[in-house]
Design a protein around this ligand. Structure first.
Ligand code: 13P
Length: 253
């Protein structure tokens, strides 16, 4: 059975004290209110990771938002997968559209990052998604397919079984324009079909595929009720403890 996951992506928000305070609230609320097997994860800025991993215990897991593609070396300012793992993180977001757009990360580089993350025992949350133009001109299935093929379909079935995928349509991120549940389900089913074609139906059935893009407590229920949507990657709403925990609880509704 694939895991149900609600992961927050704080992006470049919150100073250290604000991060500790929000995270403590989230941990307490998840501990008191969560029912069921869904996993709650917070992907925080690097500077917060060490402290949050100690505070999260078994209640909320921690992820980074990026890692470098090399094991170590002269890469000033960068953070390695090994460092992330060493402070108690379990997850790392790879291939977020903001990294692709603002830091010119391409599919080939993201394949390297995925491998180094796996080698260091981290679970990649691998993001794919089309732009508004690609949605409007109807090329989105091709775009998504090439993102999968050029980045993660080179993995062995065993390694592929360790990753989580997030579908984040770029046009829905931070815009308030959520994909409809039908639009999201259509793409999630497509991704699962592609995985089955590349690997097999067991691997496809076991892969958690999250939706991200203006997901909030109001729309999460309908999105998560879709057959192929296994949770969410939450940006803005993960910066408010009540909203984030309400989304986590959506799986119980
Ligand atoms: P929003 O939820 O703010 O649209 O961001 C989604 C996202 O990019 C999560 O990684």
């Amino acid at each position: 059975m694939r895991k149900k996951i609600v992961a927050g992506n704080w992006k470049m928000n919150l100073d250290y004290a604000e991060g500790i305070s929000l995270f403590s609230e989230i941990v307490n609320m998840v501990r008191d209110e969560k029912q069921g097997e869904q996993l709650a994860i917070i992907c925080a800025p690097s500077i917060h990771l060490n402290s949050l991993a100690k505070l999260g215990g078994n209640t909320v897991s921690i992820g980074a938002q990026n890692c470098h593609q090399k094991e170590s070396g002269a890469y000033t300012g960068e953070i390695s997968a090994k460092m992330i793992k060493s402070v108690g993180c379990e997850y790392v977001i790879i291939g977020h559209s903001e990294r692709r757009q603002y830091f010119a990360e391409n599919n080939e580089l993201l394949a390297e990052k995925t491998i180094i993350a796996l080698q260091n025992g981290l679970t990649p949350i691998f993001c794919i998604g089309e732009t508004l133009d690609e949605r409007n001109n109807g090329s989105y299935f091709e775009v998504l397919k090439s993102q999968l093929e050029e980045s993660i379909f080179g993995l062995s079935a065993e390694d592929f079984g360790k990753i989580v995928i997030a579908y984040e349509p770029v046009w829905a991120i931070g815009t308030g324009l959520t994909a409809t549940s039908e639009q999201a389900q259509e793409v999630h089913a497509f991704i699962r079909k592609e995985i089955a074609g590349k690997y097999d139906s067991v691997v496809a059935d076991n892969t958690s595929i999250l939706y991200g893009g203006s997901c909030n407590p109001k729309n999460a229920g309908e999105l998560f009720a879709q057959t192929d949507i296994d949770g969410g990657l939450i940006g803005g709403a993960s910066l408010k403890s009540r909203d984030f925990v309400d989304i986590v609880k959506t799986f119980n509704a």
